[in-house]
Each structure stands twice: as C-alpha cells, then as structure tokens.
Design a protein. Structure first.
Length: 94
C-alpha cells in the first residue's frame, strides 16, 4: 500500500491528519449515547468516520514537522460525529 503514497523517491505514507485518531477515540463515546436510536453497522461506521473527517478542518503532520498547537476541542469533534450520525441514519447508502 505504501507505493500508492510514493512520489519518486519520496514516501508520503506517514503524513496523516491529526484528527483521524481523535475521531476514532471519540466515536465510541458518542455512538454509545445514541445507541437507543441508532445501531450502526460496519458501513455506517465507516461513513460516519469519513463524513466527520470531511467536515473538520484537516490538520496534517509528518515526522519532524513544526506542529502548530491549534487543537480542536473534543466537543467540536463530538458535534461533528453527531451530525454525521444524523446524516447516515437518515440516508443510509446500503
């Protein structure tokens, strides 16, 4: 898979959006609060994750880079997860 992220001799595979792991860590908490209304399957969870990331400003980093301390509050991320759950539950694609 890393070859997909290869530009000549430069690997871009380790550049990541800092919000990815934050969304993953907060999703269980948000989904648990909504479990009476919505029980997502695998595809729903993938859609919620992707939609949440699309709605957040990306924060890309790589090893050895200067990291700006512009951290989104957990509540902003949780709000975006809840918004994504609403979209996915109202319009499932499968």
């Amino acid at each position: 898979m890393e070859e997909k992220y290869q530009l000549g001799t430069v690997s871009l595979a380790k550049i990541r959006n800092k919000n990815e792991l934050r969304v993953i860590s907060l999703m269980p908490e948000v989904l648990k609060t909504l479990e009476r209304e919505f029980k997502p399957d695998i595809m729903d969870i993938e859609d919620i994750y992707a939609l949440t990331l699309n709605n957040l400003a990306p924060r890309y980093v790589q090893n050895g880079s200067i990291v700006m301390n512009e951290v989104l509050k957990d509540e902003i991320i949780c709000d975006q997860i809840r918004a994504a759950v609403r979209v996915v539950s109202e319009r499932p694609k499968h």
